[in-house]
Ligand binder design. Structure first.
Ligand code: GDP
Length: 299
């Protein structure tokens, strides 16, 4: 088990003698502990550095109110800072922008295995049940027949129609045919699943850029596996450079990752976190909650 931040800081505080304020000297050692805690939670190093600067700035001179120890006060400062970075203005958590002439196109991007197809199924269910929308799904993964089948299966599971596609077609042709079908049959939303590779790949990026240009999606959601840890940042950067991402879905938070990827991805790309994946099942989708994630990261 990783030691949580409160325990770490309590250890440091024991060596202080009733200092009622956070000062340059008693803060330095605590900042070292915070740095370690963030790194152990898989927050990317450059992000940790930036955060520590901000935390130091806010912590120094912070009054220690009532019975709080300097350690507890600092944990509070850190928690608030992390939550603030991840929340942005908070308006986008658990929301999908559908403010467009229907069908609203939602493009899913991310590496293979990130959880895109699963998240399409979960989103379809959410849009149907919570927003009362008529949802069409389509797979543009022409490299893996199993991916096309998987989308058909999850769509059926949640009762959404899945537009047929096959590996001998071009991704853009499939997507445009699905869009045409969605228009003619009065679908509210078209969820477009795309191919992923194991790593960042020029061909893949060009393909998804092309899909983006042709479909003009209202939402381009980046799906990323929380277990990816430090690597999540590089992947997010590469996709963000290629596409104007509008939101992030962080998957597999039911695993034992601390979730530092949430912080890194948000800090580096500025793209809002919208949902988290909390199970393989179709109801394992929750609105992103910045405060809960800050607590999880700090342990
Ligand atoms: P894709 O290649 O990006 O489409 O990824 P998939 O949707 O096929 O997901 C890859 C694997 O991760 C599958 O076995 C999914 O069941 C699993 N998965 C996806 N999201 C979650 C999640 O939130 N929690 C858990 N535990 N597993 C997930």
């Amino acid at each position: 088990m990783l030691e949580n931040l409160t325990d770490r800081l309590s250890r440091v505080v024991k060596t202080m003698r009733g200092e009622a304020r956070l000062t340059e000297s008693n803060t330095a050692e605590m900042l070292r502990e915070i740095r370690l805690a963030l790194l152990e939670a898989d927050v990317a190093l450059p992000v940790v550095k930036t955060l520590l600067e901000q935390i130091k700035f806010k912590a120094l001179g912070e009054e220690v109110v009532g019975s709080l120890s300097p350690g507890q006060a600092l944990v509070g400062v850190v928690q608030r800072e992390l939550a603030q970075v991840m929340a942005g203005d908070g308006s986008q958590s658990g929301e999908i922008n559908l403010a467009t002439q229907p069908p609203a196109v939602i493009l899913m991007a991310g590496l293979q295995g990130a959880g895109k197809t699963t998240s399409v199924g979960k989103l379809a269910k959410w849009l149907q049940e919570k927003k009362k929308k008529k949802v069409l799904t389509v797979s543009c993964d022409v490299y893996r027949p199993a991916a096309i089948e998987q989308l058909a299966t999850v769509s059926k599971q949640v009762g959404a129609e899945c537009f047929p596609s096959s590996v001998d077609q071009k991704p853009a042709a499939i997507a445009l045919a699905a869009l045409d079908w969605a228009r003619r049959h009065y679908f509210d939303v078209l969820l477009v699943d795309t191919a992923g590779r194991l790593g960042i790949d020029e061909v893949l990026m060009q393909e998804i850029e092309d899909l983006h240009n042709k479909l003009s999606p209202i939402e381009t959601l980046f799906v990323v596996d929380a277990m990816l840890g430090q690597d999540a940042v590089n992947t997010a950067k590469a996709f963000h450079d290629a596409l104007p991402l509008s939101g992030v879905i962080l998957t597999k938070l039911d695993g034992d990752s601390r979730g530092g990827a949430a912080l890194s991805v948000r800090q580096v790309t500025g793209v809002p976190l919208k949902f988290i994946g909390t199970a393989e099942k179709m109801d394992g989708l929750e609105a992103f909650d910045a405060e809960r994630m800050a607590n999880r990261i700090l342990g």
